[in-house]
Design a protein around this ligand. Structure first.
Ligand code: 4AD
Ligand code: MG
Length: 461
């Protein structure tokens, strides 16, 4: 390879070497005698300072180097006299790959709002903020595979196109190759899916869990990590229509094992990010949220508080006057209640044993006949970061629940069969990847932690 990453050129060990750097110009300043170009190539949040003697290069060449331009520089790496960096490059050769017209290039030196940057999502990775977020996102994704691999889990690729609704919430995007102007109908006037591509009604998956359970019934411990899709019209800073989910599923795990794994995993991932992405997290801490580093540190250090839904309602109900949505046993908890609990216990909370009617059909039914062995992990800043449960492994109980809710049994025959052939106690959960990235970056809006967000009325780029 011809060039060296800026990250490596900034290391004092590169002093005295002749090197080539390639990247995008962040700023250019100087006078008749010397010009300074700040070069960034995405390998780090820091820029390499290029020191240029204007007399050695043509005026046209120097003029074509402006903020946003892509260039190649060759020169000697020396100790920097300026503060803030260990090294700089004394440039001997300059080449411009691509200019960026200063009249029209939208990312000028002045700070831009995050809202504006969403409108130029094709260019925002070139800002310090999005460079940091995207590097952190990468390292977290890598750490997830590392965590599970180290513990004997297998990565199972669950399908993106499915014929079932794993969460039973009906919030699915249809998949079809029908000509939408000529959709075939049956004699009864219904859409004739038998003529569609898959010969049945299909949709984008809302969760890989059901297939994950099949994997766990053979491989013992699996995890999925893929995109999931929800057509819920939630225009909030915590919801995306397309988000990535990590779903471990483990044979022979009871709900308490499930909680232990969730807590261990979250702490591992945050610690990994602190160790690996310190410069990027520090930048975000200083730029947006002065409490970010302290918050991450505190979550890693303290045990997560575990309590039942019923106990949580006991804490919330007496405070109903301060809530917009009043709480009583049986109601679903809202963001304001989750925040209250996290504040109350000054850290992450795991809630278990929710009322049956507010949770999904596959959760293990408790002896009391009114709760299921669900678990939600609630985080400061975020609210629900993980949802999971022990699964109902008894065929009759599961089928009864499917019928009670009115889920199309035919679409789940294969799932139900796992309860007929070698069923066992098992558990799993789903971690929303973007909610984890939100927590680790301290960003405010989930649209700012995924390269190209998909939300209601927004699928540009
Ligand atoms: O609680 P959810 O709906 O659970 C499931 O899908 C289960 N099948 C998981 C399992 O047991 N295997 O979603 C899991 C997590 C949530 O806690 C949240 O972090 C995230 O996925 N999530 C979303 N993230 C962004 N945008 C959305 N619209 C999300 N919906 C859920
Ligand atoms: Mg949930």
């Amino acid at each position: 390879m011809e060039h060296t990453a800026v990250k490596d050129l900034l290391n004092a060990t590169s002093i005295g070497t002749s090197a080539i750097a390639k990247g995008w110009v962040r700023t250019k300043r100087g006078n008749k005698n010397v010009a300074f170009i700040a070069l960034n190539d995405g390998s780090t949040i820091h820029n390499l300072q290029l020191v240029v003697d204007p007399n050695r290069f043509s005026e046209d060449l120097l003029k074509s180097i402006s903020t946003g331009a892509c260039i190649r520089a060759k020169g000697l790496v020396v100790e920097s006299k300026g503060s803030g960096q260990a090294t700089e490059m004394q440039v001997e050769e300059l080449l411009v790959y691509g200019e960026a017209d200063p009249e029209t290039y939208p990312l000028q030196k002045k700070g831009h709002t995050l809202e504006f940057l969403r409108e130029i999502a094709h260019l925002r990775p070139r800002t310090n903020t999005f460079g940091a977020v995207l590097r952190i996102r990468h390292h977290l994704a890598f750490a997830i595979h590392k965590f599970f691999n180290e513990r004997g889990f297998f990565y199972l690729h669950s399908p993106i196109i499915t014929g079932s609704d794993a969460e039973g919430a009906g919030e699915m995007f249809h998949v079809t190759n029908f000509d939408l102007d000529k959709i075939p109908h049956t004699d009864e006037g219904k859409i004739d899916y038998s003529q569609d591509f898959f010969g049945k009604e299909t949709n984008l998956t809302v969760s890989g869990q059901l297939e994950g359970e099949l994997g766990a019934m053979a491989l013992g411990k699996i995890y999925t990590f893929g995109p999931t899709f929800r057509a819920e019209n939630s225009n909030t800073p915590r919801h995306l229509a397309e988000f990535w989910m990590i779903e471990p599923e483990m044979a022979f795990y009871e709900i308490s094992d499930n909680m232990d794994l969730a807590e261990e995993m979250l702490k591992y991932l945050i610690r990994y990010a602190l160790d690996t992405c310190y410069d990027d997290i520090s930048f975000l801490n200083n730029m947006y949220d002065k409490e970010l580093l302290a918050r991450l540190q505190s979550v890693v250090e303290q045990p997560f508080r575990r309590l039942t839904y019923t106990e949580a309602v006991g804490i919330l109900e007496p405070c109903n006057q301060q809530f917009e949505f009043k709480v009583e046993w049986g109601t679903d908890l809202q963001k304001e209640h989750e925040n209250f609990l996290v504040d109350h216990f000054k850290g992450p909370v795991i809630l278990t044993d929710y009322p049956t009617q507010i949770k999904s059909f596959y959760m293990k039914q408790n002896e009391d006949g009114k709760t299921v062995r669900a678990m939600d992990v609630l985080f400061p800043w975020i609210g629900e970061i993980i949802g999971g449960s022990q699964r109902e492994e008894h065929y009759d109980k599961l089928l009864a629940r499917v019928r009670e809710i009115g889920i199309a049994e035919e679409s789940l025959w294969w799932y139900l069969e796992t309860r007929k052939f070698g069923a066992c106690p098992h558990s799993g959960f789903g971690l929303g990847f973007e909610r984890l990235v939100l927590f680790v970056t301290g960003m405010n809006n989930i649209r700012d932690v995924i390269p190209f967000p998909r939300t209601p009325k927004n699928a540009e780029f």
